[in-house]
Design a protein around this ligand. Sequence first.
Ligand SMILES: [Zn+2]
Ligand SMILES: [Zn+2]
Length: 387
Amino acid sequence: MPVKNRFAELLPEITEWRHDLHENPEILFDTVRTAQVVEEKLKTFGCDEVVTGLGRTGLVGVIKGKSTASGKVIGLRADMDALPILENTGVDYASKTPGAMHACGHDGHTAMLLGAAKYLAETRNFDGTVVVIFQPAEEGGGGGKEMCDDGMMERFGIQEVYGMHNWPGIPTGQFAIRPGGFFASTDQFEITVRGQGGHAAQPNRTVDPIVTTSSVVSALQSIASRNADPIQQIVVSVCSIESSSKAFNVIPDAVTIRGTIRTMSKETRELAETRLKAIATSTCEAYGAKAEITWIKGYPAMVNSEEQTDFAAEVAREVSGTCDFAEVTMGGEDFAYMLEERPGAYILVGNGDSANVHTPEYNFNDEAIPAGCSWWAGIAERRMPAA
Ligand SMILES: [Zn+2]
Ligand SMILES: [Zn+2]
C-alpha cells in the first residue's frame, strides 16, 4: 500500500480546501467558520453522523465500514486552530486576517483528515467504525481536553486514537514516530517569597527575600539533578525574578519568581510538583520567610502507546517506504489528553525543508497531502480489515 491513487486524484481538491482554510485562520476556540466548513464537507461526504459543539467549536464525523461486526471504533484527530502571528509567506492565499495565521500547519492537518474522511466514506473498506475528530484550541487552549470532558470517547465508543503533525526538517511525506514520552508536559509555576523589607544597611532587622529566593532558585535545580530518575527527561527553568523594590538600598518585602517545568511522564511530573512545593516551602521557612506557590497546570506529557506506535510505524512504512525514529521534543501537544483516555499514537509527517512552525514564513507543504491522507486511510483499513 504505497500512496493511494485516489489521493493523487483528490490532491487538487484537498489543496484547494487547505488554501481556503489558510486564507481564513481562526484562533483558539474561535474556529467557527472552520468548523462550519468541516461540518458541511463531512455531510456532503455522507458521514453516518456529524456532531458539532463538542469542546465548544470542535466536531466529529462518524463513518461506518461495510461491516461493523468487529465492534472496533478508531478515532482520527486533526486540530483546526491558527496562531496570533502576522503572516509573511507572500503566497497568494495568505491570511486575510492580519495578525492571525496558520503557522503550525493545522490547515494542512484539517484538509488531510477531510481528504481521508471523503475517501473512507466513499470506499468503506473496513470492518468497524471511524470517528474523525476536529478539535479547536490546540495552541494553548486545551481544546482536546474540552472534547474529552464533553464525553467524546464514551459517547462514540472510541477505543484507540491517532494523531499526526507536519514537521519541518523531515523529508516531505516521510514519517517519524517514537513510543513512550514524545511531547513534554508544560506546567508553569509562580512562587512569591514573602519576607520583611527594610534598610539595606540593617539586614539584621529584615527577613531578606532576595537571599531566600537565591537559595530557592538554586535548590529547585536539585529536582532535575537529585530527585528525578536520571533516565527520565525533565527541564526546570526559572524564567523571571521580580522584586517588589527597584531601589539600590532597600531590602524588599517580596520577590516573585516564574518558570516552567517540562517532563515526559506522569510520574516525573507529579514528583516535580511535589518537590517544587516542598523545596520552596521549606527553604523559605529556613530563612524565616513564607512561600506562596501557584502551580499552573499545562498540558500533560504526550505518551505514545507501544502497540499502536508499532502499528502506526508499520502503516507509515507501507506508505513511504521508511519510518524514522523521532527525537523527543520538550514542547507541548494537547493530543496528550486524548492519549491519557485511550491508547493510540501520534506521528510526524515531513514538511520538507521549510521554515519552522510558529514563524511568519512557515507554510504547510501541500506535497505531503497524499502521504498524510494515505496514512490516515491505512490506519482505518489495516486496523479494522474488511472480512
Ligand atoms: Zn503549534
Ligand atoms: Zn501544531
